[in-house]
Design a binder for this molecule. Structure first.
Ligand code: FES
Length: 125
């Protein structure tokens, strides 16, 4: 039986936008809200080279990665052909304007994946 964790209100996610959920370890989870108020949750890592999907453009029920424009389906985490690969998908419950994520998935999915660290190059490039 799933244990659900309230993470935010629907209103906290911009329409056609996203919000990140920080976890104790592992990459963050990105919440996406579509124009018809559906909410999806994916690991905040593009299957291509780890781009932050939470900073991508949401359109329809997909997000375009901000780095190289791959299109990722929000309901499956699957890259759109001809690109290949997928990112982890998390279960979402939307009830009375509150967004809930499965605590077991938050505590287990993708923890072994290194978070992407952006910043200045610290060695001779
Ligand atoms: S990292 Fe997302 S398209 Fe390349």
């Amino acid at each position: 039986m799933s244990e659900w964790k309230a993470v935010c209100a629907l209103q906290d996610i911009p329409v056609l936008g996203s919000r990140r959920v920080r976890r104790a370890q592992g990459p963050q989870v990105a919440l996406f809200r579509t124009s018809d108020d559906a909410v999806y949750a994916l690991l905040d890592r593009c299957p291509h080279k780890g781009g932050p999907l939470s900073q991508g453009l949401v359109f329809g029920h997909a997000v375009a990665c901000p780095l190289h424009n791959w299109t990722i389906a929000l309901d499956t985490g699957q890259a759109q052909a001809p690109d290949e690969g997928s990112t982890l998908k998390f279960s979402v419950r939307l009830e009375a304007g509150q967004v809930w994520l499965d605590q077991t998935e938050l505590d287990s999915l993708g923890l072994d994946i290194e978070p992407v660290r952006a910043g200045p190059c610290t060695r001779a490039c």
